[in-house]
Write a protein that binds this ligand. Sequence first.
Ligand SMILES: Nc1ncnc2c1ncn2[C@@H]1O[C@H](COP(=O)(O)OP(=O)(O)OP(=O)(O)O)[C@@H](O)[C@H]1O
Ligand SMILES: [Mg+2]
Length: 315
Amino acid sequence: MKRILGVVEKAAASDTTILLNGETGTGKGLLARLIHEFSPRRGKPFVPINCGATPEGLLESEFFGYRRGAFTGAVADKPGKFELADGGTVFLDEIGDMSPELQVKVLRVLEEGEFERVGGRETIRIDVRIIAATHRDLEEEVQKGTFREDLFYRLHVIPILLPPLRERKSDIPFLVDHFLEESARRNRRPPMRFSPEALQSLMHYPWPGNVRELRNLIERLVVLKEGDLLEVADLPEKVRSAHAGRESRRAATALPGEGISLAAAVMEFEKALIRRALEQAGGVKYRAAELLQIKRTTLLEKIKRYRLEGEADES
Ligand SMILES: Nc1ncnc2c1ncn2[C@@H]1O[C@H](COP(=O)(O)OP(=O)(O)OP(=O)(O)O)[C@@H](O)[C@H]1O
Ligand SMILES: [Mg+2]
């Protein structure tokens, strides 16, 4: 996190487009706001647009606004989010979910700083800084043809990858302290702490929901628990058992009496490692290939051979 903040501080000073990539709950939204607050635009608006949650038909007028009479219900002119953000920052969240038509229009704003309102003829010029975020592998979306290559390169000026929490476990104790203090303050409770064993369990759990999941868990524990010590028994079963699973796997390595097929076993092992890498990379294949220190094309071949396609698309 400190390393990332170093990049953020430098990038914030400029007007460069920033692309944040990471699984759900890794802090993309938080970081986007932080970049704006560190930037010379801090006194101006920060306008988030969720490209995934807004219905497709509404997105264009949401982005660019509309002129009176552009469609039924458009009874007066309305400015869009880009116009409202003039001088400030637009945060395009879940940009990987945007339709191809809208991608063209956004590309034009990025390149020329101009657009028209829906139903309008007048060209509007604005000055905004763009920060985009996605949990998807945009490079892969480009190859599949669902994301425009020119827009990808336009966004990919300063990419920042937010690793999943399980790949930066050393952040966990700091986050735990931070959230314990924050939750105690918010709920007007005395400060609490975890027993060393409970903290160990938190370190072992893979946190599929990342920092958000950790924050919510601590909030719940602080509200529900009497006293000031949080112990292993207070943790949810899945967090407790993450630790136990590790021990039992280690014990199961003795060979059976009839022996094993080394080739088959190695293949199974390879398959399991690929699965784990894909899972850790949140389905982002070039990340998974990096984790396995192989080429992306090699990984794609193996995914095909082992028929892991369906699984690779899950995040
Ligand atoms: N480094 C951090 N320090 C403190 N809080 C953090 C940190 N990273 C994330 N959080 C908190 O975790 C929660 C999730 O973060 P955020 O909403 O930014 O994630 P996200 O990557 O945008 O997720 P999604 O893709 O689901 O929108 C927020 O409450 C945020 O404040
Ligand atoms: Mg978010």
